[in-house]
Structures are given as C-alpha cells and as structure tokens.
Design a protein around this ligand. Sequence first.
Ligand SMILES: NC(=O)c1ccc[n+]([C@@H]2O[C@H](COP(=O)([O-])OP(=O)(O)OC[C@H]3O[C@@H](n4cnc5c(N)ncnc54)[C@H](OP(=O)(O)O)[C@@H]3O)[C@@H](O)[C@H]2O)c1
Length: 273
Amino acid sequence: MPRTIVITGASDGIGAAAAGQLHDAGERVVVVGRDPGKTRAVAEPIGAPWHIADFSDLAQVRQLAADLLETYPRIDVLAHNAGGIFGERTLTGDGFEITFQVNHLAPFLLTALLHPRLAESGASVIQTSSVAARRFARFDIDDLQAQRHYSASAAYGNAKLANVLFTKELQRRWGSEGVNAVAFHPGAVATSFAAASSGAWRFVYTNPVTKRLMTSAETGGSRLTWLALGTPGVDWQPGQYYERNRVARTSTLADDPMLGRALWERSAEMVGL
Ligand SMILES: NC(=O)c1ccc[n+]([C@@H]2O[C@H](COP(=O)([O-])OP(=O)(O)OC[C@H]3O[C@@H](n4cnc5c(N)ncnc54)[C@H](OP(=O)(O)O)[C@@H]3O)[C@@H](O)[C@H]2O)c1
C-alpha cells in the first residue's frame, strides 16, 4: 500500500528529484513549495497534490499544517528539505533571522502542529541538514538570532546544526510514540542553492565550472529517497545523522542533550507553542 510522503522544498533541486524518485517507487508524494508555478511544474507530471507556503512567514506555515491535517488522514514521512543560505543579515516579518527561521523554526513549527498525525501514522521525520553544521557552525544558544555575530556561512551552519539537534531531541521526546527522526547531508549538489546568497557561496553554486564538480540533483535526492523508503531501526538508525547512506560525524555539539532540550524549548517559545 503506498504511503503518504510530504516533501518540503520540493519545487526544485534535491526535493524535486526525490519527489520524482519516490513517485516512481510507487509512493504517494505530496509536493510542498513556495512558488506556485514551480511547484505545479514538479507536481503535475507525477500526478501529485501540491501545497504552497513561504517559510519566511510563519502564518503560512500554520496554514500549511492545517491544510495537511485536513487533507491527509496519514502522514507516513515528513521530509523537511526546504532551506538555503542567504546574504546580509535579514529579519523576517515574524522578527527572526531568516536563515534560522526558514531552515529550522518553520520546520520545527510544522512538525509540532502535525504531532498527533505523525504519532498516529508512526511517521519518519527527515531533515535535509548539511556538512556545514560541522564546518561553519558557531552555535550560541543565547544568540539564535545572530545579533552578536553574523556571517551567512555561520548562520547557515548554525541552522543546519539546529536540524541535527532537533532530530535527536525529537527522537528522545517522541521515539516512544513511534515517531522516528533522522538527518542527512545530500552531498555538494548542483542545484539552485545559494541563489539568494552572495559572494563565494553564490559564485560556487552558479559558476558552470564549479557546478560540474558537484553531485547531480538526482544523486542528492537519492539520499532522501533512501531514508524515506527505509525502515527505521532496520535500514537506518533513528536519531542519527547520515552522509552517503551511512552514519557520519557531525558537530560534537549535536550530541549534547541539554543543548537539544534548550533549543526545543526556545524554539517553542519563539513560535508561541
Ligand atoms: N545543494 C547543496 O549542495 C546542499 C548541500 C547540503 C544541504 N543542502 C540542503 O538541501 C536542501 C535543498 O536544497 P537544494 O540544494 O535542492 O536547493 P534549491 O534547488 O534552491 O531548493 C531549495 C528548495 O527550498 C525551497 N525554499 C527556499 N526558501 C524557501 C522559503 N522561504 N519557503 C519555502 N520554501 C523555500 C525552494 O523553493 P523555490 O523553488 O521557491 O526557491 C526549493 O524548493 C536545503 O535544505 C539545503 O540547505 C543543499
């Protein structure tokens, strides 16, 4: 029986590739994007339903959760893949630093609002994190909005470390309810990533020469597909971080349960839960 697999950031790149692969594997894919035209263009050829939400606006994330709850009696996989790196420090209309909100706070809110459905379905929650968590994070639980220190790389590394901290804390909190969480790095993938960024990041991800050295979206997407098709506890270990379909090393901070708890509690406070 096909399962319902919700993928955010599925209008482009890794998410779009995974949506196609999971459809080909016989699963029922739900395509979530930000731009209606791009999202429809991915969803229609595979006959998938689609939904729109801009994660820089938390009201749209709340509406998305309500729509998903109303439309899908089961959610077997929730893949948090929407994300990216930005340029100058920018605050969203909700008042949060945009890298932190789009990559962590919005998926945190969506997961919390879907909690009962995820538990009833025994869902897997997958986070597209990054090796940037280990390379660039300068994580400070008392400066989540990067008021004291901001660089695009550090903000991105911090947000991707937040993905892993959230994954591990989710496993500790909801694992006994049958919800399983996992995070992964898709590789350095030639996608539209960093289009909203500037400087070296934008150069590396838009230059045809450097892009040729990267992995394809199909290969990056296949890392997500492997986790989405896999059985937690059999094919992959709940609460772990993966690279190339293997448990991998990330920032040592990811293994600090006090930090995971503090991030969860502060995130809940920020989104008003
Ligand atoms: N590419 C890499 O080398 C790499 C490496 C490690 C991790 N990652 C992670 O992989 C994930 C997918 O990235 P990608 O490489 O496939 O890049 P991409 O082609 O730019 O796709 C990013 C997806 O996220 C969506 N998105 C961006 N900002 C959003 C917002 N404010 N609200 C809602 N959706 C938003 C995009 O929507 P639009 O189509 O409207 O832009 C798109 O669907 C990201 O989380 C990224 O951080 C990428």
